[in-house]
Design a binder for this molecule. Structure first.
Ligand code: NAD
Length: 495
């Protein structure tokens, strides 16, 4: 455990370009802020277009050699990155925690996940070359396909899960033979810059680069660059719209992993204890609701509505269960909102609940003094209480907009058809949870829910062994090795 005073040391991190740690060419930096205290704890490069041009040229120059390596050799490199993770996991997880306020205790599982993704990608590197097909073309023509890398891939990361999104983009793109530029969020870049530095000690120069800077300054430049062949964004719909416009004159392959407003649905025959923990783990405890798959709409069958709400309230007002405080103290269970802009946005939704007169079951307070009374070191931090709001139906702004914080609505329903109707009444389609003991009901729900991911009697179960993507406005494409290849067609005239 590290105490808060030890957090005050300021470190400078650099971009990783062509295997070197470098500052922005004009020397500009921006501050990285610890959201638990609002203190500056590190500086990161504030890169400009000339830095973006430099990183594209580095990735382009490294492409041919990397793409032409035997696939097994690329796999060997990626396996070495996986082997490196345990040695640096503690450092990387601490940086991630300081970056975005995710409590360290919730992060312990991540080191294993990162390592496994690199190993999975290492195996996939050898298999991708065998994914071509031969095609029966009729007499005289022989058709076949082969899988080719795109070229230079730009991976754009959100602030809520930088190390994870960095890994799933870089590992599979590299496995397929692409070279990669990672652009982390300006609000949480430190972990990615350090991670990139460690990886650059293993890979040939220019194969994996990391550049930090504002989305509008270097993001637009990178995605619209003619030498960039594929872009994978994990972020908001607003950024996806900007990227779509920016790439209009130089179209390229896009992966969009966007937001959600996911229903977590409890039927009356569910194991109530299991379901209540599933509702909590679906939104409140992981990263204070700042996860794309947050089960932010709790749909609860009316016959058990009061009982479930009561159990949720009991747990979420228990000071042993919900412990705010130093994010590096593994006894604490909930951290702050990751940055000030997001904090203001989440507080706005809580104000909206009181303005509209909705019943707040628990929570509803924000600010360091309100959430952590008597702990002045956190007074300026971006703290929000986990908050549950009762709403009669799905019509409110709270039920439709992605809040991306620890604020959920509880909506009653009577029938299976009504549950489906409410669940699908959203522009998003990322995830859904179903809690029932009835296998047939579970299958009907899986069939009808408009979501890229459905979990039954569990929630947010993601991993390298399954695809992960959304439908509707939650995006398209998935960070998998095949999605980082072009299937090239060839016909030979053998007449
Ligand atoms: P954001 O869209 O504001 O920023 C994401 C990234 O895009 C940042 O690195 C930012 O600098 C960059 N960016 C901004 N403008 C750009 C531009 N014009 N061109 C190129 N890049 C630009 O998202 P955020 O606030 O960092 O993250 C939260 C959002 O991410 C939520 O909507 C959440 O649901 C979503 N998310 C989705 C998934 C998923 O897998 N579906 C996972 C995590 C987060």
């Amino acid at each position: 455990m590290t105490n808060v005073s030890e957090k005050s040391k300021l470190t400078t991190y650099g971009n990783i370009i062509n295997g070197q740690s470098v500052q922005a060419q004009d020397g500009a930096v921006s501050n990285s802020i610890d959201p638990s205290t609002a203190e500056v704890w590190a500086t990161i490069p504030s890169s400009k277009k000339e830095d973006a041009e430099w990183v594209v040229q580095a990735a382009r120059a490294a492409f041919d050699d990397w793409a032409n390596l035997p696939a097994r050799t690329r796999g060997d490199y990626l396996r070495k990155i996986g082997d490196m993770i345990p040695e640096y996991a503690a450092e990387l997880l601490e940086l991630e925690t300081r970056n975005n306020g995710w409590v360290l205790d919730e992060y312990q599982y991540l080191a294993e996940v990162l390592k496994q993704v690199w190993y999975d990608a290492a195996g996939a590197a050898s298999l991708v070359g065998a994914q071509g097909r031969t095609v029966q073309m009729g007499t005289g023509d022989f058709g076949f396909t082969s899988r080719k890398p795109y070229g230079v891939v730009v991976g754009i990361l959100p602030w809520n899960a930088p190390l994870f999104t960095f890994t799933i983009k870089a590992a599979y793109a590299l496995a397929a033979g692409n070279t990669v530029i990672i652009k982390p969020s300006e609000s949480a870049a430190v972990g990615s810059l350090r991670y990139g530095e460690l990886i650059s000690h293993i890979l040939p120069p220019g194969v994996l680069n990391v550049i930090s800077g504002a989305g509008r300054e270097i993001g637009d430049y990178l995605v619209s660059h003619k030498e960039v062949n594929k872009v994978s964004l994990t972020g908001s719909k607003a950024t996806a719209e900007r990227i779509t416009k920016a790439t209009a004159h130089s179209p390229k392959s896009l992966i969009f992993e966007l937001g959600g407003k996911s229903p977590n649905i409890v039927f009356e025959d569910a194991d109530i204890d299991q379901a209540v923990h599933g509702l909590i783990n679906g939104i409140f405890t992981p990263n204070s609701g700042q996860i794309c798959v947050a089960g932010s709409r709790m749909l609860i069958q009316r016959s058990i509505y009061d009982e479930v709400i009561g159990r949720l309230k009991e747990l979420m007002t228990d000071n042993e269960f919900v412990k705010h405080g130093d994010t590096l103290d593994t006894n604490n269970t909930m951290g702050p909102i990751a940055n000030e802009a997001q904090y203001q946005s989440v507080c706005g939704f809580i104000d909206e609940a009181s303005k509209e007169g909705y019943e707040v079951v628990f929570g509803g307070k924000y600010g360091g003094e309100a959430v952590l009374p008597g702990q002045p070191e956190f007074a300026d931090g971006y703290w929000v209480q986990p908050t549950l709001v009762k709403v009669a139906d799905n019509s409110s702004k709270l039920a439709h907009e992605e809040i991306f914080g620890p604020v959920a609505v509880a909506i009653p329903f009577d029938t299976e058809d009504e549950a489906i109707q409410i669940a699908n009444d959203t522009n998003f389609g990322l995830a859904a949870g179903v809690w029932t003991q009835n296998l047939s009901l579970a299958h009907r729900m899986i069939d009808k829910l408009q979501a890229g991911n459905v979990w039954v009697n569990t929630y947010a179960r993601v991993g390298a062994d399954l695809p992960f993507s959304g439908v509707k406005e939650s995006g398209y494409g998935t960070d998998s090795v095949l999605d980082y290849t072009v299937e090239k067609a060839c016909v030979i005239n053998i007449r």
